[in-house]
Write a protein that binds this ligand. Structure first.
Ligand code: TRP
Ligand code: ZN
Length: 491
């Protein structure tokens, strides 16, 4: 734009006629936000500040319908823009006026407003929609898990498109009001605080609010019949946990784990600083999957996580993500080590505190477990590639990298880094290179070599780099930690 204005002819013309940028200068927003692993995820040209979802879900038929109202602002002169969405839109309005819309690609919904949106304009998009999320296959799968009594949206990185239209990338975070009406006797669980609940003509509406910036994949919806426990933390935050009434033999172990959420969060505060959100909890729906996910304020746990008895370690992992992943989110998905390396490391610290093996012992054990020719060492946790985004190496080699940092900078600086990072980048986004720079700043040491060794070389580092023992015993906590691990493999 500027360049155009200083060209003498154009400058004269624009001064003389004082015409605003013509509609011809307005361009479509990009179909992707610019993530190298997932070029079509998210979108360009605008930024969302708030999602208001007013939905109705019928467990009998899996029909989800309702209205999404999206508050956004244009970041360029915008002729049209995309949302990411898998269900079927019946009407789209921009600033109250009907907009043209069309599906394209796998999950793109192209919206053409009646008039272009000049850069920096706040605008409102209303999308009316319906669909059966379990029947919608994007990239060959659905992220909506049906249960006998309802359904659940929880997946990573793809989850939102099965239940609401969005700018589906962690770089565009927003606040949420999620209001869901379900038949009486059924509940709808989402993130944050339950603002209110009311029943009319056989339907109950649950109004949830998540008031801190939240990435789209961390928004969750679970409909079903739950046992709900509520409490308040010592600091006055509401705790809401929900357990499917249908957990069978896993019920006791699930409750014995997730009911320790407040205690775990209190301990994590001593390591990572003040808990960043306004509510706490967890939920265990009767899904067939075996993974857990750090959905904001209220992690998702599959019942299978508790098939061998209680597992507090997985609760530690998902709650650690509230700082590392949820409050401070990846810039690009290649930054996944910031999430998983630290969530895994928090399990090691918990083990250390419980007297079940120190983090160094766990690091030694990981190191000894994988011989030099194990493909484990070919994965670079600092940039693992989309196919290996959730490879065990991102977790375990990633946590060994954190231990190597601890050894290099000493206890005091190390814990200052662990606590400082979530504060410096609270509610924002940051990448691996930002972390390296931050650790160097706090420790006053050059650390590029250390991080290169542990995060970016496709070879097993020398034992001396970790000070690793040769034949360590299996730490007591290993199996519970590995249980969350094995589960990560089997999505
Ligand atoms: N982030 C999740 C965790 O650490 C793990 C995860 C990876 C996952 N890929 C997933 C969860 C896909 C659900 C779906 O707990
Ligand atoms: Zn994780």
């Amino acid at each position: 734009m500027y360049r155009r204005l200083i060209a003498p002819g154009a400058l004269a013309a624009s001064l003389l006629l004082a015409i605003p940028a013509s509609a011809a200068d307005f361009e479509p927003g990009a179909a992707g936000i610019g993530d190298p692993y997932y070029p079509t995820y998210g979108n360009g040209g605008y930024d969302v500040s708030h999602y208001d979802l007013r939905l109705e879900y019928q467990p009998k038929t899996d029909l989800l319908e309702g209205t999404a109202t999206i508050l956004a602002s244009s970041t360029q002169d915008l002729s049209r823009f995309n949302l990411d969405f898998g269900l079927t839109a019946s009407e789209v309005r921009v600033n109250g006026k009907k907009a043209r819309f069309a599906k394209s690609g796998v999950q793109e919904l192209e919206v053409t407003p009646a008039a272009g949106l000049p850069k920096g304009t706040p605008f409102t998009v209303v999308v009316k929609y319906a669909g059966k999320p379990s029947e919608v296959k994007l990239w060959g799968f659905t992220s909506w898990q049906r249960t006998p009594d309802g359904g659940v949206a929880a997946n990573e990185p793809e989850a939102a498109a099965w239940w609401f239209p969005s700018n589906d990338h962690p770089r565009d975070k927003a606040t949420y009001d999620v209001s869901v009406s379900v038949p009486d006797g059924t509940q709808a669980i989402s993130n944050g605080t339950l603002q209110s609940q009311s029943s009319k003509l056989g339907w109950t509406r649950f109004n949830w609010r998540s008031s801190k910036p939240q990435a789209t994949y961390l928004a969750t919806l679970a409909v079903g019949k739950f046992d709900i426990t509520t409490d308040t933390t010592a600091n006055g935050l509401p705790v809401v946990n929900a357990y499917s009434k249908d957990l069978g033999a896993n019920e006791g172990a699930a409750k014995a784990s997730v009911e320790r959420t407040t205690e775990v969060a209190e301990w994590l505060e001593t390591v990572f600083g003040t808990y960043p959100f306004e509510a706490l909890g967890g939920y265990v729906p009767n899904v067939p999957s075996s993974f857990a996910l750090e959905t904001q304020t209220r992690p998702f746990y599959s019942p299978k996580q508790f098939a061998n008895g209680s597992n507090v370690s997985v609760v530690v992992h998902e709650l650690a993500h509230q700082w590392y992943g949820d409050s401070v989110s990846v810039d690009d998905w290649k930054d996944i080590w910031i999430n998983e390396g630290f969530a895994r490391y928090s399990q090691w610290l918990w083990s250390e505190k419980e007297g079940e093996g120190t983090a160094q012992e766990l690091a030694d054990y990981v190191y000894a477990q994988h011989p030099a020719d194990d493909p484990f060492w070919q994965v670079e946790p600092g940039d693992p590639g989309a196919e290996n985004q959730f490879d065990a190496a991102v977790y375990d080699r990633g946590a060994v990298a954190v231990q190597a940092l601890r050894n290099a900078v000493g206890e005091k600086k190390f814990f200052a880094i662990l606590k400082g990072w979530p504060k410096v980048h609270a509610y924002g986004n940051a990448g691996v290179s930002d972390f390296v720079r931050y650790a160097e700043k706090v420790s006053g040491k050059p650390l590029a070599g250390l991080f290169d060794t542990w995060l970016y070389q496709p070879v097993k580092p020398a034992a001396s780099a970790l000070g690793a023992l040769s034949a360590p015993e299996q730490p007591k906590s290993w199996k519970k930690i590995a249980a969350t691990n094995g589960v990560h493999g089997e999505r």
